[in-house]
Write a protein that binds this ligand. Structure first.
Ligand SMILES: [Zn+2]
Length: 322
């Protein structure tokens, strides 16, 4: 039973917005790209996992929670938590194609595509180890005494491992047998305690707010490329014309192109947006036009006339505050 469905990944959206507005030469570009690739690789494995569970019947009671965010002295996020009355299993999903190699010192995961392109990812083993440790603390603080295990689940059985991973790695098809093996009958908590644990895990979930993303990665305003993005060719710097915005690269015309760019501004910088900053970011010089665009963009206005500023509640905008 899935107690909670995976929510839209705010972190990934923020990283995408950030990466495309950093020049390739920026000292942070490679780092942000690795973060983005790692976040992207965690998405899309959930259906595969659900299929694996659907095809297998367990004779023990269990619950599954996807995308759980908890706080145990520090905040942590777990892709999937599988738990029974006798143990907890932390699963980190990785949905990546190609050949994978695990490197130590520093620990990272390198992936080579058929084309020869090599990408570096954060080592998922570190994530699992950290999550096991923090979840143990979280359980201990609430008086639950259960062993916590963990594994990295590679969603595609076509992934090739070039060396032996320094942590437990599995394909979804192996998971049911593995889970059945570590279940220990006779060492179970009673039904009431198990249900209490399920409830506490769900109720302790906190909505993770990665915004403003520039602050989290200590990236300055000056490092960020400005301009309205063309949805057709992804070029920045659409020009304002009567009908809306036109791309000088591909000629695409988009009436509301500035709206997504304004949302990006809030994802990147947060706080309050002034008319002046709006003009700088959209690449326009007409203050009245900026006012019109800001007023029509569903933002939260503060103050009057000249001193008017605008805010945005991103969590509500992305449907996270239900
Ligand atoms: Zn274009």
């Amino acid at each position: 039973m899935a107690l909670k469905e995976k929510s839209i990944s705010l972190n990934l959206m923020g990283l995408l917005a950030l990466e495309k507005r950093l020049v390739l030469e920026d000292e942070n570009h490679a780092f942000i790209r690795r973060k983005r690739l790692s976040a992207q690789a965690g998405i899309g494995g959930e259906e595969i996992l659900q299929r694996a569970f659907k095809l297998n019947k367990f004779n023990h009671e269990y619950e599954i929670i996807h995308d759980l965010h908890l706080d145990a002295n520090s905040k942590f996020q777990i892709d999937t938590v599988y738990f029974t009355p006798s143990y907890v299993m932390v699963l980190e999903m990785k949905n990546i194609a190609g050949k994978v190699r695990f490197e130590m010192n520093p620990r990272q995961m390198k992936r080579t595509l058929l084309s020869g392109q090599v990408d570096a990812f954060d080592c998922p083993g570190i994530q699992v180890e950290k999550n096991i440790m923090l979840l143990k603390e979280w359980l201990f603080d609430r008086g639950f005494d259960l062993p916590v295990y963990g594994a990295v689940l590679f969603a595609r059985s076509s992934t090739i491992f070039e060396n032996e991973p320094p942590f437990k790695v599995m394909f979804p098809s192996e998971l049911p047998v593995y889970l059945r093996k570590i279940h220990q009958p006779g060492k179970e908590m009673d039904r009431g305690t198990f249900q209490l644990l399920a409830r506490e895990l769900i109720e302790s979930h906190i909505v993770f707010n990665p915004f403003p993303i520039c602050r989290n990665y200590k990236i300055e305003l000056e490092q960020i490329l400005t301009g309205v993005e063309c949805k057709q060719c992804l070029e920045l710097g659409m020009k304002k014309v009567k009908k809306g915005w036109i791309c000088s690269q591909c000629g695409f015309i988009d009436r509301h192109a500035h709206r997504d760019t304004l949302v990006e501004w809030f994802m990147l910088f947060g706080g309050e947006l002034t008319n002046r900053e709006c003009r700088r970011f959209l690449g326009i010089d007409n203050a009245q036009l900026a006012t019109r665009l800001l007023e029509g963009a569903n933002l939260i206005p503060y103050g009057n006339n000249k001193g008017r500023k605008y805010g945005m509640d991103l969590l509500t905008f992305f449907g996270e505050n239900r």
